[in-house]
Design a protein around this ligand. Structure first.
Ligand code: NDP
Length: 248
């Protein structure tokens, strides 16, 4: 393992599974202290143990990204423990695909709250610290669907396209403060994301589609994010579209 991130502090949201969990492991293996946030505390504690077993440093902060108080607590806990924030990986997300005519309002609202509003709110909460430091990396998880459309996904597509637009606009305001902003747009990644699709038929259909290809592993995205945040200061990787070779 390298030590390019020694002394740096990273917050990773949605760290209890999939891409977030793999990203926290990867950043910790490069020397970053990782603050791992999500709702499921047991999973976060298991990840903390795994990171600490390999001499990494992790702090568990149970967080619902749709709750403003939780967001403030996450930032306060990070600053109390480590005194700085170098990297924010805005990864928490849900993809409850549904046809607009069959979706309930709560599903639509949650999709935007978790994928977009929570991401904007947490970014707002950490930016003053990064400005004070004069440096930082904000890495936002959008999706291939922020560019290429899929059916039964109007709310999710809108949220993920919003993530991309938020990041590109944010860069205009904070690049001069030394803060980097990247948008990651994964194609199919083998995680539990699809298991939470409420409509059985849609879930089966998407699983069949993803099963027809050699999907990416969470570690593939984690490696990409680690690459993005370990560049020389002058480099700003704006956007990465990363898909399985056979997802064309
Ligand atoms: P997972 O379902 O494995 O991970 C999603 C994470 O988000 C979990 O850790 C979950 O934790 C967390 N989360 C969900 N709701 C909340 C909430 N209210 N507050 C805090 N955390 C929350 O899926 P992936 O790893 O695949 O997804 C990670 C990101 O990558 C998402 O933004 C997703 O949209 C994006 N993405 C994934 C793709 C894929 O093919 N897998 C493709 C393109 C983008 P908990 O339930 O414990 O709160």
């Amino acid at each position: 393992f390298g030590s390019e991130l020694d002394g740096q502090v990273a917050i990773v949201t949605g760290a209890s599974s999939g891409i977030g969990s793999a990203t926290a492991e990867s950043l910790a293996s490069r020397g970053a202290s990782v603050v791992i946030a999500a709702r499921r505390e047991d999973e976060l504690e298991a990840l903390e143990a795994s990171i600490e077993n390999t001499d990494g440093e992790a702090l568990v902060v149970p967080t619902d990204i749709t709750n403003d108080d939780d967001i403030d607590d996450l930032v306060d806990a990070t600053l109390d423990e480590y005194g700085r924030i170098d990297i924010l990986v805005n990864n928490a997300g849900v993809m409850p695909l549904a046809h607009i005519a069959q979706a309930d309002r709560e599903t639509l609202q949650t999709t935007v709250d978790v994928n977009l509003t929570g991401l904007i709110t947490l970014t707002h909460a950490i930016v003053p610290t990064m400005i004070e430091q004069g440096s930082g990396h904000i890495v936002n998880l959008s999706s291939v669907v922020g560019r290429f459309l899929q059916a039964n996904s109007s709310h999710y597509n809108a949220a993920k396209a919003g993530v991309k637009m938020f990041g590109d606009s944010l860069r205009l305001d904070i690049a001069e403060e030394g803060i980097h902003v990247a948008t990651i747009e994964p194609g199919a990644v083998d995680t539990e994301l699809l298991d939470h699709i409420p409509d059985d038929e849609i879930q089966e259909g998407v699983k069949e589609y993803v099963g027809s290809m050699d999907a990416l592993a969470p570690e593939d995205i984690a490696r990409t994010i680690t690459f993005v945040v370990t560049q020389p200061e002058r480099v700003d990787i704006n956007e990465v579209l990363i898909r399985p070779l056979d997802q064309v």
